[in-house]
Design a protein around this ligand. Structure first.
Ligand SMILES: Nc1ncnc2c1ncn2[C@@H]1O[C@H](COP(=O)(O)OP(=O)(O)OP(=O)(O)O)[C@@H](O)[C@H]1O
Ligand SMILES: [Mg+2]
Length: 261
């Protein structure tokens, strides 16, 4: 996942630096003895730099500095918003130092728990089921959340199809072959049709196999009330946003294990 964040930064450094400029990446490990390793990644370029006014809006989706140079360079302005979400999700920090016409330097700092020397990396303790090749329908109206969740699920082995609101998700599910989707991950607050309504509609489809597809709610504020409502409309579990990778996988394990028997 971090590779995705670094690719975004390196790609920008390359894009916003003239041909005879330079781009560098430096990785520093600060070993700590409390079981975590702290890493600092610095990506530096000698490119066009940014104005202080723009830096304040740098991580906002769709923001691009309005200079004649930037307007000739391709981009949507999502790269840094996604990069920041990834770093936040990993509990890290991102900082920037830049000056107009004088290059930029992005610094990411992240801590990772260090593996024990004798820790088994691939222990198959318990009967974990494999997500490899399982097909999930991801329903989410926020483009950034969608990109990130899709990336996480694909890394876990899922094949992903996406829908941007509950109505589209319902239609895709209703038109699917029984057994086609293994699981549906459903955002709750969405325009057109929210997650509760979509789940209810899916549960009332005539084909019992389709109507019974496991549905997991993704709730921004995991209040007891939301969880109760998700259960009431027949959802099988919930995960809280911002997503936490281990607990997301644990919920998927739990729900899919119980549905595959
Ligand atoms: N290394 C850099 N040097 C100069 N300006 C930069 C640099 N990185 C980002 N910017 C400025 O920040 C804006 C937003 O960057 P971001 O990566 O979010 O979008 P993008 O590169 O324009 O498009 P996308 O990444 O979605 O393809 C850029 O359009 C540019 O104005
Ligand atoms: Mg970019």
């Amino acid at each position: 996942m971090l590779d995705r964040a670094l690719m975004n930064l390196l790609c920008n450094a390359g894009k916003f630096t003239e041909e005879n400029g330079a781009v560098s990446l430096q990785l520093t490990e600060h070993a700590a003895d409390d079981g975590t390793g702290s890493y600092e990644i610095r990506i530096r370029d000698t490119g066009i730099g940014m104005s202080p006014e723009f830096v304040e809006r740098l991580f906002t989706p769709f923001e691009r500095e309005r200079t004649s140079t930037v307007s000739r360079i391709q981009g949507t302005g999502l790269g840094l918003a996604i990069t920041k979400s990834i770093v936040d999700m990993m509990g890290g920090r991102i900082a920037v130092r830049t000056e107009k016409d004088n290059g930029s330097e992005f610094t990411i700092t992240v801590d990772f728990p260090l593996a024990e020397p004798d820790e088994e990396i691939c222990s198959d303790e318990g009967e974990e089921i494999s997500f490899e090749g399982m097909r999930a329908l991801l329903v989410e109206d926020n483009m950034i959340n969608m990109e990130i969740t899709q990336m996480l699920l694909e890394q876990a082995g899922f094949l992903i199809e996406t829908a941007e609101n509950g109505k589209i998700a319902f239609e895709m599910t209703a038109a699917s072959e029984p057994g086609y989707y293994d699981v549906i991950l459903m955002d709750i607050q969405m325009p057109v049709m929210d997650g509760y309504m979509a789940a209810q509609a899916i549960r009332s489809l005539p084909d019992s196999k389709i109507a019974g597809i496991p549905i997991i709610a993704m709730t921004a504020n995991a209040f007891q009330e939301d969880i109760r409502k998700a259960e009431q409309v027949g959802m099988n579990g919930h995960i809280a946003k911002p997503l936490d990778i281990p607990s997301m996988k644990a919920t998927l394990q739990h729900v899919l294990k119980n549905s595959s028997v």
